[in-house]
Design a binder for this molecule. Structure first.
Ligand SMILES: [Zn+2]
Length: 431
């Protein structure tokens, strides 16, 4: 398959600071090309000169995975039918466009955000009308970064969040890219896994709330941590006239159950590990869900939910994709590994983990098992050689998990550190 590029669109007066962190992140795994209206030097608003790689004419828009438009003084670009035609072709070829600050406003001004949600920016030049009043068809929202379809927009000052979003969406290894994109059809903050399964991800360690929808009924799996997360689900259900039938809590950690009281049901039940046996079947519209115990993460019990007709599993925290699997803080590594092995054998089409993006059942379970096995083997070595805690330092996260680039860096490394200590001391005690 042809490798698609990441393109940075430059213009005189572009603000380097709005995109430099994003480029730092993306250059690790991806080819980046700088393009502009002409192939020449461009002067940034920081007074740096940049000679672009190609003009728009020399860079095929169908080869672009994401076109990044930095913030800055975009006055010289309006109107610019060459750029707007180029963006149209990028989008038609299933590429994306990401604008920050006035880069986002530019996309609005070109009409691409009509009927879409867009990050609200005040940094518009006085000779142009303010986008909020002039572009009534765009839904401006007070969020730092907004993904709507193939468009990503950000507030000018949110260059860190913008960079993080681009890194998560495009900064991944070639080959895994397609899998990632298949599942990710963002609908105003939602991810659609299938027509009846929607995931709302929070900014808190990418914690997932899932709703299963069929014939105007909905079942909510996990209720989130912050109130805003619950509100997003409530708004969605109201907008789509959905009746909340039941709630399922995969486990009682507060990032998964804190908002339960905010949801009201008409005689509905909250299912959790205390009231569902190993095979509880519940219906939502035409769909059947199987609730079953998947022990190993939380000492008081974990359950997962299988949407039978879709072959999709909502796993809870027994699986993560943005963090290594949790083997400490009360988790039972041996039981957890058995649970994950069972899940691996079922070959689910998709697994929605407790935290992180949705992956195929095979990929996420293989990633978890190989992490547990590699880490165990490395720690066995240390124990055999009568090593100390200091020797654990050499067991890096990247030695134990292949997809480390996807992980939320600091929390992932911290969890890996705790996992090592836990396994090491358990092994010492059992000697
Ligand atoms: Zn959690």
């Amino acid at each position: 398959m042809k490798k698609k590029k990441i393109a940075l669109f430059c213009y005189d007066g572009f603000a380097e600071y709005t995109i430099s962190l994003a480029l730092m992140y993306l250059k690790k795994n991806r080819d980046i090309i700088t393009i502009a209206l002409q192939k020449r030097d461009y002067l940034s608003c920081e007074n740096q000169r940049l000679l672009v790689d190609a003009s728009l004419n020399d860079c095929d828009p169908t080869d672009i995975d994401v076109l990044i438009i930095p913030g800055g003084n975009t006055e010289s670009l309006l109107p610019c039918s060459r750029l707007s035609d180029y963006i149209t072709t990028v989008i038609a070829a299933k590429g994306s466009v990401a604008g920050i600050g006035n880069g986002a406003n530019l996309i609005v001004e070109m009409g691409f955000m009509d009927g879409r949600r867009c990050a609200e920016n005040d940094t518009i030049f006085p000779r142009f009308p303010h986008p909020k009043t002039a572009y009534a068809n765009t839904c401006f929202v007070n969020e730092t970064v907004v993904i709507d379809g193939r468009f990503i927009t950000a507030k000018a000052h949110a260059f860190v969040e913008f960079a993080e979003t681009l890194k998560k969406t495009f900064g991944i290894r070639e080959g895994l890219c397609d899998e990632y994109k298949t599942w990710m059809t963002p609908i105003a903050g939602w991810m659609k896994v299938t027509d009846s399964i929607l995931v709302s991800q929070s900014t808190f360690e990418e914690c997932n709330m899932t709703i299963i929808v069929s014939q105007n009924e909905a079942i909510l799996i996990d209720t989130g941590y912050r109130q805003a997360e619950a509100q997003r689900v409530l708004d969605y259900m109201k907008e789509h006239h959905l009746m909340l039938k039941n709630i399922v809590i995969t486990h009682h950690h507060e990032d998964h159950d804190a908002n339960t009281a905010l949801f009201s049901m008409n005689q509905g039940i909250v299912y959790d590990s205390t009231n569902c046996g190993d095979d509880t079947m519940i219906k939502v519209g035409k769909l059947t869900l199987r609730l079953f115990a998947t022990p190993g993460h939380f000492s008081l019990g974990d359950i997962s939910v299988l949407v039978i007709e879709e072959n999709v599993l909502i796993a809870g925290d027994i699986l993560y994709s943005c963090l290594p699997i949790q083997l400490c803080y009360g988790a039972k590594p041996v039981i957890l590994r058995e649970t994950i092995e069972k899940i691996a054998k079922a070959h689910y089409d998709w697994i929605i983990p407790g935290h992180g993006k949705i992956m195929t059942g095979d990929t996420i379970t293989e990633m978890a098992i190989s992490y547990i096995d590699t880490l165990n083997a490395r720690i066995d070595d240390v124990v055999k050689k009568h090593g100390s805690e200091d020797d654990l330092y050499d067991i890096k996260l990247k030695d134990c998990v292949e997809h480390v680039d996807w992980m939320v860096e600091e929390p992932a490394i911290d969890l890996h550190r705790q996992n090592k200590l836990e396994l090491f001391h358990t092994k010492l005690k059992s000697l």
